[in-house]
Design a protein around this ligand. Structure first.
Ligand code: C2O
Ligand code: CU
Length: 496
């Protein structure tokens, strides 16, 4: 959503933030802190029924070194770090500023963001600001930037034009670098928002899952079947920790900004009780009006903003879950996964949860697509006859051989994204937002702007966008990291 507004909540925010901080307990600034907290338990080996819940980990915050309220200037370092992803379970992660997830980057619309990045890994890396409309040279993708070598530095500098929930991650060796912990969330608030003060009832959740080997290390990319389906690990993580719990007041409304930072898992979010969720926003800020939904699908790279009043009765509990998803060819979530438990205190229920955040300014209107040429972009796969590995294709070729599409600034692009395979693919476009128009000819039920959208198997999805500024080579790819790594990656060259 672009240029949206929301009424600031300056009055209550500091007080409520303090309460929320107290309720959230140990922030994950130092992974070891969690082990020392009273909630830490000896071992997660006991299995899910007996394993304890731990307070939802608070995201680390950056130190803003520029006093100018319009400039967010931070230091960011990628390096190996110890990560205690579950009580007593420490693994060697790749981490931003030593924590997984990396610190939460917060800014307001129009702010200048300056990131002094240092690569202390033993391999090259970059940072991609997923969903933020940055200049091409700041995008961190292959054609946009020479990767920062080990020991090297780079200054990322851009303004943030849109409110919403975004995230950052490397665009080099993604199945390894993201899986091992290099990702963080970005929240851009409306210009009028109080600086760096999230509403006290808001939580940012980064979802991920892990595959850990017998010796406790994060498994390197696996064989042919993982290369095909993408990795769905058995260890379920929210904000870098397992089995999180959020203590709430009965009747209290919570706002969740959720990011799917996983390699391949599709999360169909729902409440265990069947109570509805209120969808406030998708990839790019808020919808024109909130929508009540039974569940919401979050594919890799996706974000949503949800409102919910999880627990009505003092002392009650509720569970945010990921429901089963069949994403084709046997891949997907088979049985429900518990993600986040809500537990109400014994305080009397709040009578009124208060208003929803205002949707603010309407989304940009639908693009006029009359007379636009429709391009067909075909996603498919093929098995290599020699290695039997699956190769993922766009327009019949695997990266880096996919022909680059060409367009010019100001051209309205209408793309028919044809998924000719038996597996769903989350399509992600760099640089611009697109509007989903229709799937199999049927219009989408509501207007939104996205940068990531699922292409279900054997269907055609029509989207429209207009590259109106920031020329350059922009990537588009499947956000299942293994699929992108095995060919499903291409470029759109936007010329002046
Ligand atoms: Cu989230 Cu091309 O990336
Ligand atoms: Cu894919």
């Amino acid at each position: 959503m672009m240029g949206s507004r929301r009424a600031p909540r300056a009055g209550l925010a500091p007080l409520l933030a303090a309460i929320a901080l107290a309720a959230c307990a140990a922030p994950a600034v130092e992974p070891a802190a969690d082990a020392a907290s009273p909630a830490a338990q000896p071992d997660a080996d006991a299995g899910p029924p007996a394993a304890p819940y731990a307070p939802l980990r608070a995201l680390a915050r950056f130190v803003d070194r520029d006093p100018d309220p319009g400039v967010v200037e931070v230091d960011l370092e990628a390096r190996e770090a110890a990560w205690e992803y579950a009580p007593g379970r420490v693994t060697r992660a790749l981490a931003y500023n030593g924590v997984v997830p990396g610190p939460l980057l917060e800014a307001r619309v129009g702010d200048t963001v300056v990131v002094h990045f240092a690569n202390r890994l033993t391999e090259p890396t970059t940072i991609h600001w997923h969903g933020v409309r940055v200049p091409n040279a700041m995008d961190g993708a292959d054609t946009a930037q020479t990767p920062v070598p080990p020991g090297g530095t780079f200054e990322y500098r851009f303004t943030v034009p849109d409110a919403g929930t975004f995230w950052y991650h490397p665009h080099v060796d993604e199945p390894v670098q993201l899986e091992r912990g290099l990702y963080g969330a970005i929240v851009v608030r409306e210009r009028e928002a109080p600086v760096a003060k999230p509403p006290a009832n808001e939580s940012v959740l980064l979802l991920d899952d892990l595959t850990v080997t017998a010796d406790g290390q994060i498994a390197p990319p696996g064989g042919i079947s993982e290369g095909h389906a993408g990795r769905e690990g058995p260890v379920q993580l929210v904000n870098g920790g397992t089995r999180p719990e959020l203590v709430v007041r009965a009747g209290e409304r919570r706002i969740l900004r959720v990011v799917n930072a996983g390699s391949a898992r599709f999360y169909r979010l729902a409440l265990a009780s069947g109570a509805p969720l209120t969808l406030l926003g998708t990839d790019v800020g808020r919808l024109a009006s909130p929508r009540e939904v039974a569940d919401v699908l979050l594919v890799p790279g996706d974000r949503v903003e949800l409102a919910l009043t999880p627990v009505g009765e003092p002392g009650g509990a509720e569970m945010l879950r990921a429901l089963p998803v069949d994403r084709g060819q046997g891949a997907g979530t088979v049985s429900p996964i518990d993600l986040l438990r809500f537990r109400a205190t014994s305080d009397a229920a709040l009578g009124d949860p208060g208003p929803l955040p205002s949707p603010g300014a309407p989304l940009p209107p639908p693009l006029d697509t009359n007379g636009a040429t429709v391009r067909r972009v075909v996603f498919d796969e093929r098995t290599d006859p020699v290695t039997h590995a699956v190769i993922f294709l766009i327009d019949g070729q695997a990266a880096p051989d996919v022909p680059t599409l060409m367009t010019t600034l100001g051209t309205t692009e209408v793309w028919d994204l044809v998924n000719d395979s038996e597996m769903d693919h989350p399509f992600h476009l760099h640089g611009y937002f697109f509007q989903p128009l229709a799937r199999e000819g049927a219009p989408f039920p509501f207007a939104s702007w996205e940068d990531t959208l699922v292409l279900p198997a054997r269907t055609t999805t029509r989207v429209a966008f207009r590259p109106d500024d920031r020329p350059g080579m922009w990537m588009y790819h499947c956000h299942i990291l293994e699929h992108a790594a095995h060919g499903m990656m291409a470029h759109l060259h936007v010329m002046e």
